[in-house]
Write a new protein. Structure first.
Length: 136
């Protein structure tokens, strides 16, 4: 009886390096895919009509809405910086933080955080499934 336990333990122990390699590769794929999905969501969320004030031909976003697209500077500044198992979705336009968090004179028009929250549950599900596959 003790022999079978030791054998099972050895088999599981011997599988750990292969499991770790599989988890590492799969987790990087999940991180990179999620980052690209968030980036795409940010860009598409800025399309369409808004309900804020009109400035000439441009209708701005109302407080709480995603930013309205005018010249495309903000959308063009949205990118992904990635390394193995690590990714950052960013907006490098100078006015991006003012829109995301607001200022004392303007209510926020968040666009990055809602996109990240939208994919959080999908990311967690994919990681859980990856770990369960590796444990089999």
């Amino acid at each position: 009886m003790a022999t079978s336990r030791i054998t099972v333990g050895k088999v599981m122990f011997n599988r750990i390096p292969a499991m770790a390699r599989a988890l590492s590769t799969d987790s990087d794929k999940i991180v990179q895919k999620t980052a690209l999905d968030v980036q795409a969501e940010v860009v598409t969320s800025m399309q369409g009509a808004r309900s804020g004030r009109r400035y000439g031909d441009h209708r701005a976003s109302a407080p709480g809405e995603k930013p309205a697209r005018d010249m495309g500077t903000l959308v063009g500044s949205v990118g992904v910086q990635s390394k193995f198992n690590h990714a950052i979705v960013y907006a490098s336009a100078a006015h991006a933080p003012h829109l995301e968090y607001g200022t004392r004179n303007m209510a926020p028009r968040p666009f990055l955080r809602p996109a990240a929250r939208k994919f959080n549950a999908i990311f967690e599900f994919a990681v859980k499934a990856m770990v369960e596959r590796a444990m089999r």
